[in-house]
Write a new protein. Structure first.
Lengths: 496, 446
């Protein structure tokens, strides 16, 4: 089945999608343009949530064996030799529900490039030397990469804690111990079980010919029709009280993330309203939102503070979210960038105070109108590359929201202030939070967080009464953290 | 009066083989306007609809921080420029950007500071007017200044958990004795910590460098050159030029190899940087192009050494090299992350042997052709929307104030012979010009 967003049949796409899933056929998202470039996003709706309980990281290793490994007929060196002159890319992104292969080439090289991609995805070489390398890379990615990136580490710990006891709880790359134990046969088995047409969304955009797409579809029909496993699915457990985990490591400053599960995804009619609320509170990497203004601009606490209603990895490197991180379950999250250790408690108090204020007061009419206008127009900026358009269109299929961008604009146009303030009260809260902190002297910080002592700010310049008056409230703002609700974990044990 | 250079170029993206006269690599017709005050405006209408990207390049980076104790000020200004003016307070500026659904941000390099805004085409007059206002009438109080220096410290802090950041600091500090490339764009930590006390100096810095002769505005996207020019004259024409020229210290020739080691507080795989003093950016000779090509030939993913160390022996999990285009002589750098501390010496030896090999023997012509092809397709793939077109142009404008810089450099790539690469390796990658820095966890074997 081909679903072209620009075609007249797009309004029927959700029905077709349903029909195609029932028939266990691959889905296709094709966006032909006149561009001299061709972008691929080949998505399998299988990810780390499908890892067997004893084998976290298996979905990740499987995807890496395909994107960074050999094929039956070509060594990895031969593949790299062929890719180099094209300057073409091919990479994998693995999340809870999706394994996505992302590539782009100039149309001059389309045939040669596709031949490589086809070999890598459909005829993997499964060589032990490739396996040893990608496994080492994953282990070092945790030990040397993630553990030396305090902000990303804090966010992943937050997600892991929130989803304790369900298939979302482990880091998508796995754990060190599990990665060490996974065998090449496990990877082959995962591939055989999950890389099936029923789970495939073939995405392509750019200046390819229709016959090319037909050939591609035919090639991918080599995959088994149906997937062997039904994934385990269970709702996140409720959080009974505000809890914190402190990752203890030798570091200069303190990275903080906090959040809780929400039942709203892009499928939900409340999504547009919640998106406006989150943008108002903390639009990613932009000034002018509440958290950024209050924490960074007025008080100089750190480099920036933002809020999210969807998983957003690599936020320190990316100005916009990556597509194809579709999830059944999302969380509301506040990201407080590293603060000076002496201001940790105040920063945490201020963030929760602002969240509380948002819930109690809602947005003003002006704040609502401006944020709604921003989000509506920002969709154009978000969709400015064909790879992004393709990615978000594929997510539209996943969430059963074809023409995601167009539909979102329509939803935003219909929104009222009352809608936004209603969803804020429905989905957001300041109690029963999960807090993840990456800090030096973890035990000491734990004692501070448990105590009800005030945490006054000392500034290096005079502040207006509008700031100091709020500070008098914030410095005593209750965090409701009990000693037995805080655990301190040495960094070497995180995702070990 | 505005002097104008209009260049209509062929849309052929790809230069032909080295023997035939190369076509221009930059595929867009652009207009270059010089205002009498020294401001330059480059307009690049693209085929991508609706979106416009404005990139404002100030040819001031950490290189311009010539006075001791004041490193990091170019970057600090990247922040301060968002503090507002009498007409457009910070709040009003932010609200305007928000209303237009735009994205506005900035970045700083060693050679330039760049302020960029991406938005829908109907907002062009507002954006150019607001930008003109803040470049001419920036106003911030001492209290606001002090608070913003804390955000800069916060930026340093968030970078500090990366061992690569620490390695880079040590590499620059060791390789340079005199030139301002000795410090990173962030600046020395002690200078960042002292920034709150430097309000008056900040005003001096602004008055020196935020002048039209340092600035080029790049406008790319769904625009017409005349409209951009008219707006530039209206909003930016009255901006007064300055006369400050920094005395940037010249790095003396290095006369012996240098080394240093960073002990990392925490677990990490060992890092190794092998660097050499290279030339300043120059598109009138083949040196810059040759060293760039060498970085690919010797160290990219399909190079012999990468295949040996990363794919076959698997002793390193990362290996890459860069030969940056910078205004003053820069560092040709090779970086490796080694899996075991005991293999660092071996990897170091392999990198040095590879350098020696390229000095001894000319590379195969077909491999050089593959690099040329790679560079051309890389550029074509990158310029896939108006923002990245502006971004690419900004990088070249920072060097020579014109997009034609890109054409000239690619002409040098096209001319390059295996002998040029060999000669550049022999000329620059010498033992005396070398700096090696290692980083490993405290207590690990060195």
């Amino acid at each position: 089945m081909t679903c072209q967003v620009k075609s007249k049949v797009k309004r029927l796409a959700s029905l077709l999608l349903f029909a195609s899933a029932a028939a266990a056929q691959m889905r296709v998202m094709a966006l032909p343009t006149n561009s001299p470039l061709v972008a691929f996003r080949i998505v399998f709706t299988a990810g780390s949530a499908d890892d067997p309980p004893a084998k976290p990281g298996l979905a990740y290793l499987t995807a890496m064996m395909l994107s960074d490994g050999s094929t039956r007929t070509q060594t990895y060196r031969e593949i790299e030799d062929s890719l180099f002159p094209m300057a073409a890319s091919f990479s994998a992104q693995v999340d809870k529900e999706m394994s996505t292969f992302i590539g782009e080439t100039h149309v001059d090289n389309l045939e040669g490039y596709y031949k490589l991609v086809r070999g890598m995805l459909l005829e993997p070489g499964w060589r032990e030397e490739d396996f040893k390398r990608v496994k080492d890379d994953a282990i070092n990615g945790i030990k040397s990469g993630l553990r030396n990136n305090d902000e990303e580490l804090g966010k992943e710990v937050l997600y892991s804690e929130i989803y304790q006891g369900m298939s979302y709880s482990h880091y998508s790359m796995g754990t060190v111990t599990s990665l060490e134990a996974i065998k090449l046969d496990d990877v082959k088995h995962f591939y055989a079980s999950h890389y099936a047409q029923a789970k495939l969304i073939l995405g392509i955009s750019g200046g390819y010919k229709p016959a090319f797409l037909e050939r591609m579809k035919k090639d991918f029909r080599q995959l088994p029709a149906a997937a062997g496993f039904q994934p385990r699915r269970e709702e996140p457990r409720p959080i009974d009280a505000t809890r914190a985990v402190i990752v203890d490591k030798d570091t200069r400053s303190v990275a903080i993330s906090l959040g809780f599960p929400i039942s709203c995804t892009r499928r939900n009619p409340d999504y547009a309203a919640l998106l406006v609320a989150s943008s108002y509170l903390g639009q990613h990497r932009m000034s002018g939102s509440v958290l950024y203004d209050e924490m960074r601009e007025k008080r100089g606490l750190n480099y920036g503070d933002y809020s999210y209603i969807e998983y957003f990895p690599r936020g320190m490197y990316q100005m916009e979210p990556s597509p194809n991180l579709g999830r059944r379950y999302q969380i509301f999250q506040i990201w407080i960038r590293p603060v000076q250790p002496s201001t940790t408690k105040f920063a945490l108090r201020l963030a929760t105070y602002e969240l509380d204020k948002l819930i109690k007061d809602g947005l003003s009419q002006d704040g609502f109108a401006m944020t709604r206008d921003f989000v509506t127009k920002y969709i154009n900026v978000l969709m400015r590359t064909q790879s992004a358009q393709l990615g978000f269109a594929i997510d539209g299929l996943y969430y059963d929201r074809p023409d995601f961008a167009g539909k979102l604009k329509q939803d935003l146009a219909k929104l009222t202030l009352a809608d936004v303030n209603r969803v804020i009260r429905r989905y957001l809260r300041v109690d029963r939070l999960m807090i993840a902190v990456v800090s030096n002297n973890g035990e000491e910080l734990k004692q501070q967080l448990v105590s009800d002592d005030p945490s006054p700010m000392i500034y290096n310049s005079p502040k207006p009464a509008s700031v100091t008056d709020v500070d008098k409230i914030v410095e005593k703002w209750p965090l409701h953290l009990k000693a037995d609700a805080i655990k301190v974990v040495p960094v070497d044990r995180v995702f070990q | 009066m505005v002097s104008r250079l209009s260049l209509s170029l062929s849309c052929a993206i790809f230069a032909a083989a080295a023997q035939t006269p190369p076509q221009k690599i930059f595929p867009y017709a652009y207009t270059q306007d010089d205002l009498p005050n020294g401001l330059r405006v480059v307009t690049v209408p693209t085929d991508f609809p609706n979106i416009v990207a404005v990139y404002i390049v100030v040819q001031t980076g950490s290189r311009n921080e010539v006075e001791p104790g004041h490193t990091g000020f170019a970057h600090l200004f990247e922040h301060l420029m968002f503090k507002g003016t009498e007409k457009y307070s910070q709040q009003r500026y932010n609200d305007a950007i928000k209303r237009m659904g735009g994205a506005s941000n900035a970045f700083t390099t060693s050679d330039f500071t760049c302020f960029y805004t991406v938005f829908s085409k109907e907002d062009l007059p507002t954006v150019l007017a607001m930008e003109a206002d803040r470049f001419q009438n920036l106003k911030y109080s001492e209290a606001e200044f002090k608070t913003e220096t804390l955000a800069v410290l916060g930026e340093y802090n968030k970078n500090a958990s990366s061992p690569f950041q620490k390695l880079n600091e040590a590499l620059l500090d060791t390789a340079y004795s005199t030139h301002t490339y000795k410090h990173t764009t962030m600046g020395f930590l002690k200078d960042i910590q002292d920034m709150p006390n430097q309000y008056e100096y900040s005003q001096k810095f602004f008055s020196r460098y935020y002048r039209p002769e340092y600035v080029t505005i790049v406008v790319a996207g769904d625009v017409k050159a005349k409209a951009v020019r008219d707006l530039a004259v209206k909003d930016w024409g009255a901006w007064k030029p300055g006369d400050y020229k920094p005395g940037i210290p010249v790095e003396p020739p290095q006369d012996a190899p240098r080394t240093s080691h960073v002990a990392w507080n925490g677990r990490t795989l060992p890092l190794l940087a092998v660097a050499y003093k290279g030339p300043a950016y120059d598109d009138s000779t083949t040196d810059t192009a040759a060293l760039d090509a060498l970085s690919y030939l010797a160290f990219s993913e399909n190079s012999e050494l990468y295949q040996k160390l990363v794919i076959q022996e698997q002793k390193a999990d990362a290996l890459y090299a860069s030969s940056p285009n910078q205004v003053d002589p820069s560092l040709f750098q090779v970086l490796a992350r080694v899996k075991k501390a005991e293999d660092v010496e071996y990897v170091r030896g392999q990198i040095l042997a590879t350098v020696q090999h390229f000095q001894d023997k000319p590379v195969d012509g077909s491999r050089l052709d593959a690099v040329r092809k790679h560079l051309r397709y890389e550029l074509a793939l990158r310029m896939d929307n108006s923002e990245t077109v502006a971004q690419v142009v900004a990088g070249y404008v920072a060097l020579r104030r014109t997009p034609d810089t890109m054409n000239k450099l690619f002409e040098q790539y096209a001319r390059l012979t295996p002998q040029d690469v060999q000669q550049a390796a022999a000329k620059y990658l010498t033992e005396n010009a070398r700096t090696i820095v290692t980083l490993d966890a405290v207590g690990a074997a060195k």
